[in-house]
Design a protein around this ligand. Sequence first.
Ligand SMILES: Nc1nc2c(c(=O)[nH]1)N[C@H]1C(S)=C(S)[C@@H](COP(=O)(O)O)O[C@H]1N2
Ligand SMILES: [Mo]
Length: 552
Amino acid sequence: MAELRLRVVAGIVSAGLTLGVAELVAAFADARSAPLNALGSVVVDHTSDSLREWAIDTFGTDDKSALYLIMGVVALVVAGLAGVIERPSRATGSWLLAAFGVIAAAAAVARTSVSGALPTVIGVSVGIYALRVLTRRIERTAEAEESSAFERRDHRTPDTGSESGRPSDEAAPPASAARVPAASSTTAVDAAQRAAAPERRQVLQGLLVTGGAAVVTGFGGRLLSARRRDVSGERAAVRLPEPSAPVQPLAPGVDLRVPGSTPYLTANDDFYRIDTALIVPQVSKDSWSLRIHGMVDHEIELTWADLANRPVEERLVTLACVSNPVGGDLIGNARWLGYRLDQLLAEAGPHADADMALSHSTDGWTAGSPLSVLTDGRDALLAIGMNGEPLPVQHGYPARLVVPGLYGYVSATKWVTELEVTRFDRATAYWTRRGWSALGPIKTGTRIDTPRARGRIEPGRIPIAGVAWAQHRGIRGVEVQIDNGAWQQARLADEQSVDTWRQWVFDWDATTGPHTIRARATDGTGETQTAERSDVVPDGATGYPTVTIQVG
Ligand SMILES: Nc1nc2c(c(=O)[nH]1)N[C@H]1C(S)=C(S)[C@@H](COP(=O)(O)O)O[C@H]1N2
Ligand SMILES: [Mo]
């Protein structure tokens, strides 16, 4: 039993050392080539829609931590197994580690280049070496115990000291049935274990040293690579240009300030984050550029310095994720500073038969936006600022796209470096390839922020309040329904821009008992959102938000 446990631990610390050493090597090369990052990215890119949705539903924006957790558990099981099946004479566990290495190295090479295999190859080599050494020591301990137990039973020596000479490897008797009854005698086993104590100590030392090395190399590698790539220092020193077209000062009436409702502007720290990046891309503004190419008259490439001489605008835009369920919080409103995409595109001169701008990010993610939307006069931006600050790194520093009226997955490319002018029948963007709609106009929606679902409140007059959105069409009205009664108009906050959400409030005389509250919004074209419930796949959820509460 003890031996099995030692083998499991040996497998785990060896696999840990494999990953640790690989992290350390990757820190000096390319963080994306670390095996867990490479494998994780492959998993993310190949995760089915239902699994992705389940992950976002269950773990929210923590879906990445969840992925690492699941990978960690799988790794532990495989590592333990490798330890159990490894023998000095038959390196099955080593082969298991090697097989893992081949898969991880292939994933890393696919994400980076041939040299991306290096961290995994070095890591696996060190890990296998550790596993071989540890396994040999465990085997020696087991043999020492067995032979000693065998000897003692043979000579019927009582359970005394173990000075009588610990048998060496060579002295170990050949495997024989005689050892089985010996091992079942407790006194003999005690004596045997004492006899094997020095070997056992060696094993424990080996496990401890290997485990320690795994932790040090792993965390050291992570820390080092974060330190080496981190652009937060350079970001803090960026001075944003003054907008030539600033945002209209906020009308005091845009924020109704109903307790428990969402503020009109979302602070950067509170802004939802959705992307496929397991490590946040660290892109220096000094190496960054945006290339506009493809079906254009003249390809252009803009560096950060080139942008400085251009007019820059500040606009309020509410960004929304297609994966936001009814009542969900994958939506936020910010003040974006950026360069007009219609102007940048006009400089490149898109061909008349082009209809898509495929934006690429440094991490290979893509979004396909209709050219017609980017050039119809709306404030589609190459954004560099968010709420008066340079873009936060996780929101796309140094530059991203923001397009009012389109879901993020077809427009809001973070860490954007390319705008490829093409056609919808020639190019397919990241999520479209995975079953989501090629076009993603934002659907009219509303959310009840207060009272909270399943809450309990006192009878009397209470505000029902929330936000409604129909980016670029605007919100004309919001209605509230109590318990299947008549739909009643809510009071709308002032409209700051048709590209942002709008708050609303409805004063309700809450009577004792259970109640169901529903809401629905009508957009600027006069169309009311549909009551029909549909899931987020393939182009956004529909249905009225509903809150059930108990009064009194
Ligand atoms: N590079 C990159 N950009 C991306 C994504 C991504 O996965 N990678 N996800 C998009 C999606 S689906 C959404 S909803 C928005 C979210 O932007 P945020 O994280 O700043 O809120 O970013 C978009 N831009
Ligand atoms: Mo999204």
